[in-house]
Ligand binder design. Structure first.
Ligand code: PMV
Length: 314
């Protein structure tokens, strides 16, 4: 049984999305997590093999590992009484701890692979809910945007409500546009900046609520720019979102070096994407400027540059 799930980037609205503001996220089909379920020897139990994470473990020896817990939860949900003898082989070309949804993609691929192994048909909403439970164990207070965009595999508008169902809508994209994604190479676990933002919000709620409102304003305008195919408007909105993320306190010198390089090489706009303090940034480019912006990102120290064309779902 094989299954896969894409990476993702957040176009705008990260962090504020944890506090009930909207955000826009986009699946990244070029990088994926893949899971195969292979029959194991009788009595072997469930064994995970994840060479990209340099890990191999038995579910019984690490029952509280998030992927073990996810698998146990799914088996329970499917009414499986006896532990199966299987190997869950995980590969992924999504860089970990970089804001590209690696953890949620691996979890999604596991849910999908187990569902097909047990002949279950899970909706995108069901897959997303199972992955969210697992993300909660990892991150504490995830907004739910990562598991949603990865399970639905389409560009989405996401707004968390205090109780599910959250607002999840496909985003209208009038004209395709090109993004470059530059990796700082600095690994940053999302829960750290998310925890720091929470601490600062508790200390100064008035200032932080105003910053989150300003981010929401950008996200509404970005939705309009996408619906109208107005890339000239979208660029400055990304820049404005970056300025707000800097004020929120989740940027970093490495991110800002790449962002400045992209802008001076002709990008229409650029910002960090995801949790921040490391991980990736995105730059809005035209097909004519993509190559020079890519070179500028590499010269400024990007360890990897991906290009993606964002378009309306087929
Ligand atoms: O998982 P990352 O690094 O792409 O960050 C997720 C976006 C945040 O808004 C920072 C956190 C969340 O749960 O929405």
């Amino acid at each position: 049984m094989h299954a896969s799930a894409p990476g993702k980037i957040i176009l705008c609205g990260e962090h504020a999305v944890v506090y009930g503001r909207p955000a826009i996220a986009i699946p990244l089909n070029d990088v994926r997590a893949r899971v195969s379920i292979i029959p194991g020897a009788p009595g072997s139990g469930v064994c995970f093999d994840a060479p990209d994470l340099r890990r191999r473990w038995l579910i019984t020896s690490a029952p509280h590992d998030p992927l073990s817990e996810l698998t146990l939860a799914i088996l329970r949900r499917f009414g499986v009484q006896r532990m199966p003898d299987i190997e869950i082989a995980i590969t992924s070309d999504i860089p970990i701890a970089s804001g590209m949804g690696s953890g949620a993609a691996i979890a999604t691929a596991i849910v999908r692979a187990l569902a097909s192994a047990y002949g279950r048909n899970l909706s995108a909403a069901e897959v997303s809910a199972l992955v969210y439970e697992s993300e909660q164990r990892f991150h504490g207070t995830p907004s739910g945007i990562d598991n949603t965009v990865i399970a639905y595999e389409q560009a989405i508008w996401f707004q968390r409500r205090s109780e599910p169902p959250h607002q999840i809508e496909p985003i209208a994209i009038a004209e395709p546009f090109t993004l470059l994604i530059g990796d700082t190479g600095v690994r940053s676990a999302t829960r750290l900046p998310v925890g720091e933002v929470r601490r600062r919000w508790q200390e100064d709620p008035i200032r932080y609520e105003a910053l989150f409102d300003a981010v929401a304003d950008v996200v509404y305008q970005a939705r309009r720019a996408l619906a109208e195919g107005d890339r000239a408007a979208l660029g400055p909105l990304l820049d404005r979102n970056q300025a707000l993320l800097e004020e929120i306190g989740v940027s970093s010198p490495e991110l800002e070096r790449l962002i400045a390089a992209a802008r001076s090489a002709g990008a229409r706009g650029a910002k960090l994407s995801g949790g921040g303090w490391g991980g990736v940034m995105i730059a809005l480019v035209e097909p004519e400027t993509a190559q020079q912006v890519r070179q500028a990102l590499q010269a400024a120290g990007a360890t990897r540059v991906l290009e993606t064309i964002v378009q309306a779902a087929a």
